[in-house]
Design a protein around this ligand. Structure first.
Ligand code: AMP
Length: 407
C-alpha cells in the first residue's frame, strides 16, 4: 500500500509518500508560504533534491501541486494518482474525543472542528488539509492521527489542574499533552531495541526539539507528560517559557499593560532560550556552541535548559515508581551529545546510570549510550512520526475499522 502522509500548518504542507511494503519513503517535501507571495516547494526523491517556486493561494492548490510533482515524469515517484491508496493526516488536537487514530468521515471532520477552540492555530489548517485531500482524492480513504491521542491514557490525577472544577466541565481545561505520536513511537522502539515487551517497562521519552516535552510511559501507556492544556507548559523551549508561576503572567500584564495577545506572544515567541539569551538565540546549536566556549549568557541559559529536563526526569521516575529506560529524541535529543552528557552525568547518577562517552558522541542514530554496567538504559531513538501515521493509516484502511486501539 502507498500512503501519503500530510502535515498541514497555517501556511505550509509537509508531505511524505511511503511504500508500506518496506515502510520506506518514496518522496518527501515541504511546501511553504501558502497564501504569501512566492510559495516555495522543496521536494526530495531519494537523494535527488528539487525546489520550485510559484504562487499558491490555498491548501487545495498546494496539495494539487504536490500531487502533480509526485506524478510527474522527472521528479515523480508514481505514474498515476490512483497509486496513492490512502492519506494519513497529522491532526494536532483530538481533545477528549480521540484516544486513537480514526478513519475520517464527515462526522470526524465536525468533531475535529469542534476541538478547534482548544487549538485555534493548529486544527483549522489540519481541517483545510483534510478537505483539500477529500476534494482532490475523493475516492481515497483518509485517516486522522492526533498529537494528543497517546496521552489520553493519563489519569485524572495527572491531567486535572487545581482550579475550580467547573472550568474543566465548561471549557475542558485540563492537561492534554502533545508530541504524542513521537512519544508513542519512541517508547515502542525503545522496548523493541531492549528486546522486551513494552508492557513490562517503565520508559521516559524526552522529545527535545524546538518544541520540547517529556512523557512517562508505564507499561505502554502515557501516564504523564510535560506539555499541558497547550504546548506552553513544561520544559524550557526555543521560544516558549515552559513552567512558570502563573502569577508572573498577571503581574507582567499589569506592569506592562499587556493585552492577552501580547502576553501570549511574550510567552510563546519571546521566551524560552530566546528570552534567556536577551533575544539573541533560540536555536540550540548557536547556544551550545557558545556555552562550550564558556560564554556566560549561553552557559547559564543551557544550565537552566538541562536542569529543567533533569527535574522532569526525576518527577517521572517518582510518578512511575522507577524507570527502566530513558530515551532522547528530536532535533536536540538526537543530535546533541553535549545536552545528553550534561543531563545524564550531572543529574542522573542516582539512577545508577553510567554514560558511554564514545557512544554518546554518535548523532541521529539508534544507539544505547549507557555502559553495560549501567542500572538504567539510556538510548537515542530518532523519532519517526510520519511512519506512525502511515502505519496507523494502513492498519485502519486495511482492516476497515473506524478506530485503532493503540494500547
Ligand atoms: P526539531 O524541532 O526537532 O526539528 O529540533 C530543532 C532543534 O534541534 C533546533 O534548536 C536545533 O538547533 C537543534 N539541533 C539540531 N541539530 C543539532 C545539533 N547537532 N546539536 C544541537 N542541537 C541541534
Amino acid at each position: 500500500m502507498r500512503v501519503l502522509v500530510i502535515n498541514c500548518g497555517s501556511s505550509s504542507i509537509k508531505y511524505q509518500l511511503l511504500d508500506m511494503t518496506d515502510e520506506k519513503p518514496l518522496a518527501k517535501g515541504l511546501l511553504e508560504r501558502i497564501g504569501i507571495e512566492g510559495s516555495k516547494l522543496s521536494h526530495k526523491k531519494g537523494d535527488e533534491k528539487f525546489t520550485f517556486e510559484r504562487n499558491v493561494s490555498d491548501h487545495t492548490q498546494g496539495l494539487s501541486w504536490i500531487i502533480s510533482i509526485l506524478t510527474s515524469e522527472k521528479e515523480g515517484v508514481i505514474e498515476d494518482v490512483s497509486e496513492i491508496q490512502a492519506v494519513g493526516h497529522r491532526v494536532v488536537h483530538g481533545g477528549e474525543l480521540f484516544a486513537s487514530s480514526v478513519l475520517i468521515d464527515d462526522r470526524v471532520v465536525k468533531e475535529i472542528e469542534a476541538n478547534s477552540f482548544l487549538a485555534p492555530l493548529h486544527n483549522p489548517p489540519n481541517i483545510e488539509g483534510i478537505l483539500a485531500a477529500k476534494k482532490l482524492l475523493p475516492e481515497i480513504p483518509q485517516v486522522g492521527v492526533f498529537d494528543t491521542a497517546f496521552h489520553q491514557s493519563m489519569e485524572e490525577k495527572a491531567y486535572l489542574y487545581a482550579i475550580p472544577r467547573k472550568y474543566y466541565k465548561q471549557y475542558k481545561v485540563r492537561r492534554y499533552g502533545f508530541h504524542g505520536t513521537s512519544h508513542r513511537y519512541v517508547a515502542a522502539r525503545t522496548a523493541q531495541l531492549m528486546g522486551r515487551p513494552m508492557k513490562e517497562l517503565k520508559i521516559i521519552t524526552t522529545h527535545i526539539g524546538n518544541g520540547a516535552s517529556i512523557a512517562a510511559v508505564k507499561y505502554g501507556l502515557s501516564v504523564d507528560t510535560s506539555m499541558g492544556f497547550t504546548p506552553l507548559e513544561g520544559l524550557v523551549m526555543g521560544t516558549r517559557s515552559g513552567d512558570l508561576d502563573p502569577a508572573i503572567v498577571l503581574f507582567l500584564q499589569e506592569q506592562e499593560g499587556l493585552s492577552i495577545r501580547e502576553a501570549n506572544n511574550l510567552l510563546n515567541k519571546k521566551s524560552g532560550m530566546l528570552g534567556l539569551t536577551d533575544g539573541k538565540f533560540s536555536d540550540l546549536r548557536d547556544i551550545e556552541e557558545r556555552a562550550i566556549e564558556g560564554e556566560s549568557l549561553c552557559l547559564r541559559a543551557h544550565d537552566i535548559y538541562e536542569y529543567r529536563i533533569a527535574k522532569y526526569i526525576g518527577a517521572y521516575v517518582a510518578a512511575m515508581n522507577g524507570v527502566d529506560a530513558i530515551s532522547f529524541t528530536a532535533g536536540v535529543g538526537e543530535n546533541s551529545p553535549y545536552l545528553r552528557k550534561n543531563v545524564v552525568s550531572k543529574y542522573l547518577g542516582y539512577l545508577g546510570i553510567e554514560l558511554d562517552e564514545e557512544k554518546n558522541k554518535l548523532r541521529g542514530r539508534e544507539v544505547f549510550v549507557n555502559t553495560p554496567e549501567s542500572r538504567t538504559a539510556v538510548l537515542v531513538v530518532p523519532t519517526n512520526e510520519e511512519l506512525v501515521i502511515a502505519r496507523d493509516t494502513k492498519e485502519i484502511v486495511e482492516q476497515g475499522i473506524r478506530e485503532l486501539n493503540m494500547f
